[in-house]
Design a protein around this ligand. Sequence first.
Ligand SMILES: [Zn+2]
Ligand SMILES: [Zn+2]
Length: 136
Amino acid sequence: MKRLACPACGSNDIATFLYGMPMYTPELDRELEQGTVILGGCEITPDNPRWCCNSCNHLWGETLFSLSLKEAEKKEREKMKAAEERGVLEVATNSNNNVVTCPVCETKFKYTSKRSFKSGRHITCKTRLKIVKRDE
Ligand SMILES: [Zn+2]
Ligand SMILES: [Zn+2]
């Protein structure tokens, strides 16, 4: 593994921030003592730095929390884009229980439930659906 170096001063004396309520273990005690871990507090935001340079106090890096948040946002955007390209699809329903099967993701859902279907979109895949009631 390549040793982490401070982008500001090049030092290898780097501490990793630990966020949330720490579990105090002998190992953590040792790491805190050695300065390889710093407690970052319980407030977890996407702007939290991941590392701190012990030589010049430079803070940088994105936490795994921030990265996973960004990843989730990116996926959401991609889903939305794909859904927009699909346009509005018609879904026929002939049952009385308001359940339809999404033609895109094949999930069965109740179109009367706002958790599944909101503003004409299937929440799971974001596809815009037009519910066509078929009376039989
Ligand atoms: Zn530094
Ligand atoms: Zn769907």
